[in-house]
Design a protein around this ligand. Structure first.
Ligand code: CIR
Length: 256
């Protein structure tokens, strides 16, 4: 399978993560366990062939380990987002010099636009952008304009319930798409080979394709089997402490 990603950036969780935003009723994360899980996640990305840049914890922002939301890294440009949750907005500061190590072409989402990159799903050179409580029309329009400047395209998908677009959808390359919840009925995604994830397992709809492997959160054997059946080698990764903060596998890294 084609190697698309060469690099990843992760940010170690800070002890303040226990105060992160959540809608899950799973209790507070255990920080020590979260650190171990994060180490393991980082190792798995490295095992998949990625050069992983590990950023230090940023204790000003409890949710800062969910680094996916603060930038979109495409093959042609990087975009610093404007995260829609007030307590997370400052996470974007400091990203520019880090991304400039890898990119010449940079864009930025600005107010009144807000956008979390957890709402952005790459399918080849096209980017689906969820309109959510975090990502508004202005943010999506700005992103589409930036993408078009660098020969990429974007389109919007309205969200009703999910936190982010990739909370319920994951593109696994090869036209295969993991789908759950409100996205099951959407005409827009009918052209894909859809792999349906049961509502009770919806957390595992956020699985992560990395250069032919698919990382699946631990504890969802049915989803795991479906992905295996589609021809992927799967790697189970325990991210239970991040699930307690509504964070999934994709949220914990930028991959490019
Ligand atoms: C938040 O609510 O922003 C964090 N607790 C979880 C962010 C998850 N990120 C993602 O889905 N891309």
């Amino acid at each position: 399978m084609k190697k698309i990603f060469r690099n990843a950036i992760v940010r170690r969780p800070c002890a303040e993560m226990v105060e992160g935003i959540t809608s899950a009723n799973l209790g507070k994360p255990d920080y020590k366990k979260a650190l171990e899980q994060h180490h393991n996640y980082t190792r798995v990305l490295a095992d998949c062939g990625l050069n992983v840049t590990v950023l230090q914890p940023d204790n000003r922002f409890p949710d800062s380990c969910f680094i996916e939301d603060v930038a979109l890294c495409t093959p042609n440009c990087a975009v610093i987002t404007n995260p829609g949750a007030e307590s997370r907005n400052g996470e974007k500061t400091g990203m520019r010099p880090i991304l400039l190590e890898f990119y010449k072409n940079m864009g930025e989402i600005k107010y009144p636009g807000t956008l979390d990159a957890g709402d952005v799903m790459m399918v080849g050179s096209h980017y689906y952008i969820g309109l959510s409580e975090r990502t508004n029309h202005a943010g999506a329009d700005q992103l589409i304009a930036i993408l078009e400047r660098y020969e990429l395209t974007g389109s919007t998908v309205p969200l009703k319930k999910m936190l982010h677009l990739k909370t319920g959808l994951s593109y696994l390359e090869g036209n295969n798409l993991l789908v759950t919840g409100e996205f099951v009925e959407m005409k827009e995604f009918e052209k894909f080979n859809r792999i349906f994830v049961d509502e009770k397992d919806s957390y595992s709809a956020n699985s992560l394709w990395v250069n032919g492997n698919v990382l699946v959160p631990k504890g969802f054997p049915e989803t795991l089997k479906k992905i295996e059946k589609a021809g992927y080698s799967v790697i189970e990764v325990d991210v239970s402490e991040f699930q307690k903060l509504d964070g999934g596998l994709s949220c914990l890294s930028l991959r490019f």
